[in-house]
Write a protein that binds this ligand. Structure first.
Ligand code: GLU
Length: 474
């Protein structure tokens, strides 16, 4: 049975790289009819953030990358779902303690009393990692120092000069020498386990078959393999995912702008666009497809086509995908996503029609507001391009058009079309020379959605109000 886990530390926000890891876990689990588990790794008490788990759950719910097991929202509360809990590491401390004790008893781990000052000096002297100072202390002395309450951590004993080999599903066979890892701390002086111990114990007890995570964890694998061997447990399979890179091919970092799921949500990206886009940063379905439903991605997903090198986060491509998903989205849904305060004084049915007309033109949902405003704002304001395009013939053309509009009794596509036709005849212009001034006189811009539909949606009064200003503005 395939069982995978996404194991974030609750930092208060979800990085898009983490979302992609979660997504690959989800796709792989579903592809193999397995289970996708969420585990909260909160053993680093110094990094705890209030409401971080709540935020995490909310963000993940928004993305649709939903776990089968782990902390979940149930009747307004966060509760564990699944038979392998608790799924939050801070609730599993006694479990870790038993395993740490076992390692110490079996001489596979040892208490270390080295002070922070000593370790700082060691580092300053150029020593790479811990030097094993407490590795072979006399047992009696150790017991005495512990009994006296001396502060200490527990370190695992790395075997000396052993080749540790494993097959990574993305990177193939990897071999590392145990001497390149020092004796890792597995229990801190506050009694909390470290990530390295907790991750191995939990992955084993939760029967995780595949460990899928970012490549920054690759160098930790030797320590983990040794722990599996020490406990006599079967090792999981590993898949280390390439980093997400920015346009300069550097790791996407918080300092350089939007990186969290909520950043993208707030900017008006739809979850299905973000998810579809992220799936393709570092993976491809083996053909030319780009727009894919979750179901299609599940069917096509495999680690064979996850690239070893980093995938580039191409904002242009995300915008293109978001535009696609906005075009196919339900208008009511788009309406509900808009800042409702900005819609005060508008008519919902009318706004829905405007959304239908203009949605193909926007990359992000809030951009719809500019278009909606364009139908409600009485003032005619020319944009730069319009101003640069003004010519002498336009004013009389627009005056004539206004008089034609004035005459209309039933304001619909046909009558508006007829008014445009009459203007064309009277002024003897067609094509761009006809449409450009009409657009400028009505919208203040030479570009826009379908002209006739726009005019009808704007309504006779508003069109006339706009046209009445052309004398001053043009
Ligand atoms: N808690 C680790 C993180 O925050 C998880 C690493 C792993 O998946 O093993 O990324």
């Amino acid at each position: 049975m395939v069982r995978v886990r996404f194991a974030p530390s609750p930092t208060g926000y979800v990085h898009v790289g983490s979302l992609r890891t979660a997504l690959y876990c989800y796709l792989f689990a579903h592809h193999n009819e397995g289970k996708y588990v969420l585990r909260i790794e909160d053993t680093d008490q110094s990094r705890l953030v209030e409401d971080a788990v709540e935020n995490l759950l909310r963000e993940m719910e928004w993305t649709g990358v939903i776990h089968d097991e782990g902390p979940s929202h149930l009747n307004g509360e966060v509760r564990d779902v699944g038979d392998y809990g608790p799924y939050t590491q801070s609730e599993r401390l006694d479990i870790y303690q038993g395993y740490i004790r076992q390692l110490v008893e079996e001489d596979k781990a040892y208490p270390c009393f080295c002070s922070k000052e000593r370790l700082d000096e060691l580092r300053a002297s150029g020593q790479h990692g811990y030097d094993g100072h407490c590795r072979n202390l006399d047992k009696e002395e150790v017991n005495k120092r512990i009994a006296a309450g001396e502060a200490h951590v527990i370190r695992m004993k790395m075997p000396r000069d052993e080749e540790l080999v494993f097959d990574d599903l993305v990177r193939g066979r990897i071999s590392m020498n145990s001497d390149d890892s020092d004796d890792q701390v597995i229990q801190k002086s506050d009694g909390f386990p470290t990530y390295h111990l907790a991750v191995v114990v939990d992955d084993h007890l939760m029967e995780i078959s595949h460990v899928i995570r970012g490549e920054e964890w690759l160098s930790s694998v030797p320590k983990h393999l040794v722990l599996y061997d020490y406990f006599g447990w079967e090792r999981p399979l590993y898949a280390h995912l390439p980093n997400i890179l920015n346009s300069e091919r550097k790791k996407l970092s918080k300092r350089e702008g939007d990186v969290s799921v909520s950043d993208f949500r707030e900017k008006g990206y739809l979850p299905e666009a973000l998810v579809n886009f992220l799936a393709l940063v570092g993976w491809n379905p083996g053909d030319e497809r780009e727009i894919m439903t979750m179901e299609e991605m599940i069917q096509s997903f495999s680690f064979d086509r996850v690239s070893r090198s980093g995938g580039v986060f191409d904002l242009g491509k995300l915008n293109y995908m978001n535009n696609h998903y906005i075009r196919v989205a339900d208008n009511e849904r788009l309406y509900d996503l808009l800042d409702q305060e900005k819609l005060v004084g508008t008519d919902k049915a009318h706004v829905l029609e405007i959304i239908e007309l203009v949605k193909e033109r926007v990359d992000r949902v809030p951009e719809l507001l500019d278009y909606i405003d364009g139908f409600y704002r009485e003032e005619l304001v020319l944009d730069d391009e319009a101003r640069a395009s003004v010519e002498d013939y336009m004013l009389p053309l627009l005056d004539f058009f206004a008089s034609e509009i004035e005459k209309i009794e039933v304001f619909d596509k046909d009558s508006v079309q007829a008014a445009i036709k009459a203007t064309q005849k009277e002024m003897n212009v067609k094509g761009k020379k006809l449409y450009m001034p009409l657009r400028i006189g009505i919208n203040g811009s030479p570009h826009g959605a379908d002209l006739v539909t726009s005019i009808v949606l704007m309504g006779k009064d508003m069109v006339l109000k706009r046209l009445s200003q052309v004398g001053e503005v043009l």
